[in-house]
Write a protein that binds this ligand. Sequence first.
Ligand code: GTP
Ligand code: SPV
Ligand code: MN
Length: 598
Amino acid sequence: MEHIPTTNKKLINWVNKMAKLCGPVRIVWINGSDEQKLTLEKESVKSQELIRLNQEKLPGCFLHRTAHDDVARTEHLTFICTKKKHDVGPNNNWMSPAAAYNKAKAIFKGAMAGRTMYVIPFSMGPVGSPFSKIGVELTDSRYVVLNMLIMTRCGDAVLRQLEKDDDFTKCLHSKAQLDIKKRLILHFPEDNTIWSVGSGYGGNVLLGKKCLSLRIASFLARKEKWLAEHMLIMGIEEPNGHVEYVTAAFPSACGKTNLAMMIPPEGLKNKGYRIWTVGDDISWMRVDSDGSLWAVNPEAGFFGVAPGTNSKANPNMVETIKKNTIYTNVLLKPDNTVWWEGADGEVPAQGIDWKGNPWKPNTLDAEGKPIKGAHPNARFTTPIMNCPSASFRIEQHHGVPISAIIFGGRREHVAPLVYESFDWQHGVFVGATMGSELTAAQVGKLGTVRRDPMAMLPFCGYNMAEYFKHWLSMGKLMAKPPKIFHVNWFRTDESGKFLWPGFCENLRVLEWILDRCNNKVNALQTPIGYLPYPFNIDMTGLSLTEEALEKLFKIDQEEWLEELKGIHKFFTDFKKDLPKELWEQYRALQKRLKSYAK
Ligand code: GTP
Ligand code: SPV
Ligand code: MN
């Protein structure tokens, strides 16, 4: 019998009950020590869950390959389970708690036979901060344990915290047979419980991330009057040394990680800007006694997209992932290092692809398409503290004050490079009507536009109409609400080429955003919001043509009226629940657009 390192009855009883259901041969409590981590790494290498990479070039790094049909979150197998169907709204899959527990129990039953069940006590947010929430994940996957050690604060310190406050989110995970037909990601907000079975992919199984910190947390946040959002948090240190913080919500694989840790571009370098990374995916925000909004990042690591990561696009990330990193579904090179499409250096002459097959560049599949070395949604898990731009405020219990909230999507057309909402209510409308083209992070046809309000469509744990009401009401709680903006780095020309260079050059847009927050520049009033006068965005060192600039900022009346149709359809699905303020915003925008002579 393993030593039980807690006296928390509720926790002990639950662990025993779940162990009875899943039938593991033994139970191991994760304490957060280096020694235990090393043992787990050794065991994982032995069981072939992990491949130890070249320890000279990549110290502490490992490679993992998932099942071929387990490479991204599976939104169609993700459910919110509440007593009333109406409570999850039209944008979530619903199951009744009774049906969901029964269905999942049949799969969990005996699923851990012959395996170890690990008990991972973890804290989302600094241990002991009033912002933080505690979870305990039970899992039969060492890969999950090792990833949770990177992504969250876990171990004995959390158990000590649980002795004081016995409330925690009960998270149960089993790989079971990794069978997509027996895969379920279930959330029970009314029971503060998450059950995930049949998957080994990040967002489905690192239950502190999307499941707890967004789906369950958004439900709690509404009750407790705060915000749990799919947002990066970054500090922009201005030339005078003052740091201003912003958050930004872009859908999955639309640029949060890249923006959160950019290095100022050559052209702006002599101005002396510096970027501080607080978080790249999730932001928990509360109104503080000063009447403004403060944000913490509940995570302790990055689960970033590998393809496209290189020293030009994201030098800080290239530095971050050189040690203590777990790579998933990338290409293995003959020297036991890794590669992916868009990595630094030469394309390797050979390697082992993400499926474990021998690979050579330009080999074609049955359909004549080149076989990729890394899966397009290949990722790495890496500690934030490895990042050269990591903010010293990450551990601060109150987080950072937020000056601006930025929404954005991946749009070839319609949305200009940047615009500012007229006020909080209009800003909520801008967020609520966000659209974006699908990426490899979602299962679905790449490139199709879908509405993805606040980048939360797959992550809001309750009826989105209520979520919009919550956002509207949060604006009223603040004496100094952040200003709300919308950006689009992805607008293209006729030949499909990006009009805007993006990546570090996005600082030019952030500079304008901060100038607006500090009332330093005027802006052009248009039907959709305030647009920059082009001379107010510093273009030093860029050589954009007049034509490209014009296209970047163009508001096409016809395209926008077409966009309104999509918004109308989206809003209509919420029936009477949609707050009237959003319909008012819709009608006002329609009116402004119709009388827009251009
Ligand atoms: P999740 O981790 O899925 O939530 O994604 P994310 O929002 O953090 O996206 P990430 O920063 O990893 O970027 C995803 C993809 O967008 C990568 O392929 C990047 O190369 C690309 N990307 C990021 N920023 C820009 C940009 O400014 N311009 C262009 N054109 N592409 C970008
Ligand atoms: C996303 O898809 O938004 C991610 C990756 O950040 S996952 O953790 O799988 O959700
Ligand atoms: Mn994300």
